[in-house]
Design a protein around this ligand. Structure first.
Ligand SMILES: Cc1ncc(COP(=O)(O)O)c(C=O)c1O
Length: 415
């Protein structure tokens, strides 16, 4: 019996029975124990390399020493602070984000979660344009808060009886500028929100010029372009913002996850003067007790400092090349199983030939000491997401374990 057995029993009763059943279905009772850098252990001491990184929450690894130090020192000085007052720590984080953002960006509004920040970004766009319609992708996930849920994959909102009003939300396919323009022609769209690479769909790659096309079309019809960079931002593409790598300049960039340094939930809406016009009109119009908490700003500023370092970017380039070669070799070795590698920096998706191949690979990887998750909206695909600072030898170990995981599962999975 695993050391987490009792925890799982209790969790089944009062936390989340379906999640408990799901993990037990994979033959595991995983509860996180010790953790550092790219690795964590379960309570029985089994070690896992983290290739999920919570979608980027652990962009800088588990318990990053510098972040931890900033958090502890910060806690000696401040607490969450008061959301009404300006603060040096808030300004510092605004500077850190604006310094690495396109020059059209003017304001930063800080919150805790990515969904919350996407909700806010859409509200700001609605205020700025005095329009209501939101155009989103039919394969996107922008969070589980109200507006974000309605802007993304429809069945998630439907599950909670929140079927999006078709006058207010339109969902279009990814990589389809024609459908986008058809809706924009209604001339009532406040914003187009795009996950730069849709994570929950397994990171399908954009066609040439897609993001720039979205930007131009949105502007042609008086709408704002929101880039949801919650998974793709913060250097994961090899550049600070993935949307910039694709040559587009949005009106709003939404970031979160890794901004937390893995410790203090933080997200941010980075926006142009036009998008943030409400901040001049009525700065009290959108408030939250935890807007720009001072301790969170200290942690996030340190996360930005580490993320912005040339050495971090160099490590991402090393990992990008290493995984590109390693995964290409894997395609050569298992052409019947792996049908496509999607990669932009350390944002990766492994598409398989089997409709449940991503799920099966996830299960086999867990047994081989790697934690990576399937793409929930396309279970044939596995998301493969190391942290920015993963060491070369760890990345090599991941590839060895992936190879073993595929061999193990090929026995079980008819192809
Ligand atoms: C692209 C994207 N946007 C938004 C969110 C929501 O962020 P949060 O879970 O912090 O609310 C997520 C979370 O996975 C995400 O992947």
């Amino acid at each position: 019996m695993s050391k987490a057995h009792t925890i799982y029993e209790e969790a089944y009763e009062m936390w989340n029975p379906n999640k408990v059943d799901t993990f037990r279905g994979y033959g595991i009772e995983l509860s996180m124990g010790e953790r550092a850098g790219s690795r964590f252990k379960d309570l029985d001491g089994n070690e896992f390399i983290n290739m999920h990184s919570n979608g980027g929450v652990f962009n800088l690894g588990h318990r990053n020493e510098e972040i931890k130090e900033a958090l502890i020192k910060g806690a000696e000085l401040v607490d969450a602070g008061n959301h009404y007052f300006p603060s040096h720590y808030k300004n510092e984080l605004c500077h850190a984000l604006l310094n690495v953002s396109p020059t059209n960006m003017k304001y930063v509004y800080m919150l805790s979660g990515g969904g919350e920040a996407n909700d806010a970004a859409i509200k700001f766009a609605r205020r700025a344009t005095k329009r209501t319609r939101v155009i989103g992708l039919d394969c996107a996930f922008h969070g589980s808060t109200g507006i974000s849920m309605q802007a993304g994959y429809e069945s998630m909102a439907e599950f909670f009886n929140m079927k999006p009003n078709p006058e207010h939300y339109t969902h279009i396919p990814y990589n389809d500028l024609e459908s986008l323009e058809d809706v924009l022609k209604l001339n009532d769209t406040a914003c187009v929100i795009i996950e730069t690479l849709p994570a929950t769909a397994g990171f399908p790659m954009p066609m040439e010029g897609y993001h720039k096309g979205v930007q131009e079309l949105a502007h042609k019809y008086g709408a704002l372009f929101i880039a949801d960079e919650v998974q793709t931002g913060l250097m994961r593409s090899g550049q600070m913002w993935c949307v910039s790598k694709y040559g587009a300049t949005p009106d709003i960039i939404v970031t979160g996850k890794g901004l937390s340094g893995g410790y203090y939930p933080m997200s941010a809406v980075i926006m142009s003067e036009e998008a943030g016009a409400w901040l001049k009109e009525d700065g009290f119009a959108h408030v939250s007790s935890f807007t720009a908490p001072e301790l969170g700003c200290i942690v996030a500023s340190k996360a930005m400092e580490i993320t912005s370092r040339p050495s971090t970017q160099e490590n991402v380039a090393m990992l990008t090349a290493l995984f590109a070669k390693g995964l290409d070799d894997m395609v050569g070795k298992y052409p019947d199983f792996i049908t496509e590698i999607r990669q932009c920096g350390v944002i990766m998706g492994i598409k398989t030939a089997h409709p449940m191949g991503g799920a099966a690979l996830m299960g086999s990887l867990i047994k081989n000491g790697v934690w990576a998750v399937m793409a929930n909206f396309d279970k044939s695909t596995l998301q493969f997401k190391p942290g920015l600072l993963m060491k070369e030898e760890t990345a090599r170990e991941v590839l060895v374990r992936l190879d073993k995981a595929i061999q193990d599962m090929k026995v079980a999975l008819p192809l």
